[in-house]
Ligand binder design. Structure first.
Ligand code: UD1
Ligand code: UDP
Length: 383
């Protein structure tokens, strides 16, 4: 039997790996194991519980205000025992976190093959996003199989000299996850969200937590929000705040007592996806939301200067607005005031996937290891 260990540690990796783990579990010729680093604790467990995933290994590395070096070294040390004991045929990692890079490096040290899910995203700026751009770039040469979500991600890998035969264009597994979560008439687990009057208010859902936005940029974002709710009495901002104290300190200080700003603890994934569906638009610095929100047909203002996800920007659903207060406010006002502009951006588009990414990835793995003669068809977005 082919033995595969999937390794992940943060909320977004869990959301995007869960559909793949379910797909792997459905194959009798694959022995699928899960190792979580728990770089995140509560935010990871929320997702594991929802998908009923019980890890075989839990490195439990998280500490408050952890540094990048701490994460890297704890993952490397923790993975030694796991790989020594299991001797898998393949380690699967996802995306661009420090767990991703450190787990891929560990697999290389143990001469185990690596499959990289969500490979090939690039901004070409090594500090934006930080440290994700380097995490994903450094994972590429360690990987033997590259699951690129889109054709442009594949092109980035080819530019870096990655062999074409090792790249599979699969779509993004996050679109697979949406099939599980978005439901008409969803009753929110967070009662405060059931109490919102979605007819009277235009709800802007927002998140902001990225390392490169800590400090001044995050303050600017919060002051922009204050300005907006003061100008528009029919706007309600809902902001589930990341558990990181470096983020919470700033956000609660500036927005803690603002009218029509709801600061919540992180939402369950299912609440988050259904909240997006009921929002007027979304403001975020997150990577994953840039993929989910366009597929739910809502505009997205991205609180960054560059993105590794250009497809929805090109389609007009996502706009980069940076982290300067005045620029953010101007763009929010345009979207609130100009119906034609709103209609142009509020198109449901799916450049990132069709819900079958996990199936393609599993088929590619089986093909690589001789369990099937057929390579998966490449994901092609519907236009
Ligand atoms: C991490 C990833 C980032 C990803 C993000 C998704 C790295 C370096 N960063 O950033 O790529 O986009 O996750 O959210 O890999 N904390 C808790 N409980 C939790 C989770 C976090 O208390 O469940 C707090 C801890 O104090 C922790 C801090 O948040 O030290 C930061 O967590 P960390 O994983 O280092 O950084 P993120 O900003 O979450
Ligand atoms: N998300 C969630 N609850 C929240 C905020 C976000 O479940 O309160 C989900 C969101 O829908 C997306 C993912 O978390 O699937 C994005 O993760 P995050 O913003 O932490 O990281 P990034 O995408 O920037 O790597």
């Amino acid at each position: 039997m082919l033995k595969i260990i999937s390794v992940f540690g943060t909320r977004p990796e869990a959301i995007k790996m869960a559909p793949l783990i379910k797909e792997l579990d459905g194959n009798t010729d694959i022995n699928s194991k899960v190792c979580v680093t728990a770089q995140h604790r509560d935010m990871l467990d929320q997702v594991l519980n929802y998908f009923d995933i019980k890890p075989d290994y839990d490195l439990n590395i998280m500490s408050s205000r952890q540094t990048l070096s701490q994460i890297t070294s704890r993952v490397l040390l923790g993975m030694d025992d796991v790989l020594e004991r299991e001797k898998p045929d393949l380690v699967l990692v996802h995306g661009d976190t420090t767990t991703t890079f450190a787990a891929a490096l560990s697999a290389y040290y143990h001469k185990v093959m690596v499959g990289h899910v969500e490979a090939g995203l690039r901004t070409h700026d090594k500090f934006f996003p930080y440290p994700e751009e380097m995490n994903r770039r450094l994972t590429a040469p360690l990987a033997d199989m590259h699951f690129a979500p889109t054709a442009s991600a594949k092109a980035n890998l080819l530019d870096e000299g990655i062999a074409e035969g090792s790249i599979y264009v699969t779509g993004n597994t996050v679109i697979d996850a949406l099939k599980w979560t978005v439901k008409e008439g969803h009753l929110f687990e967070n009662q405060a969200l059931n109490d919102v009057d979605y007819k009277s208010y235009r709800v802007i859902t927002m998140t902001a937590h990225r390392r490169e936005n800590w400090g001044k940029p995050l303050e600017n974002i919060c002051y922009a929000v204050l300005d907006i709710v003061q100008r528009y009495k029919d706007v309600l901002v809902i902001y589930p705040v990341h558990l990181n104290p470096a983020v919470r300190d700033v956000v609660f200080k500036i927005l803690g007592s603002a009218e029509r700003v709801m600061l919540l603890d992180p939402l369950s994934m299912v609440d988050m996806h259904n909240l997006i569906k009921r929002s007027y638009f979304v403001m975020t610095d997150s990577g994953g939301l840039q993929e989910e929100v366009p597929s739910l047909g809502k505009p997205v203002l991205v609180l960054r200067d560059v993105t590794e996800r250009p497809e929805a920007v090109e389609a007009g659903t996502v706009r980069l607005v940076g982290t300067e207060k005045e620029v953010i406010v101007k763009n929010v006002m345009k979207l609130l005031d100009d119906q034609a502009e709103y209609a142009r951006m509020a198109n449901a588009i799916n450049p990132y996937g069709d819900g079958y990414a996990s199936k393609r990835i599993v088929q590619a793995i089986k093909y690589k290891f001789g369990l099937t003669a057929e390579k998966p068809e490449e994901f092609m977005p519907q236009v």
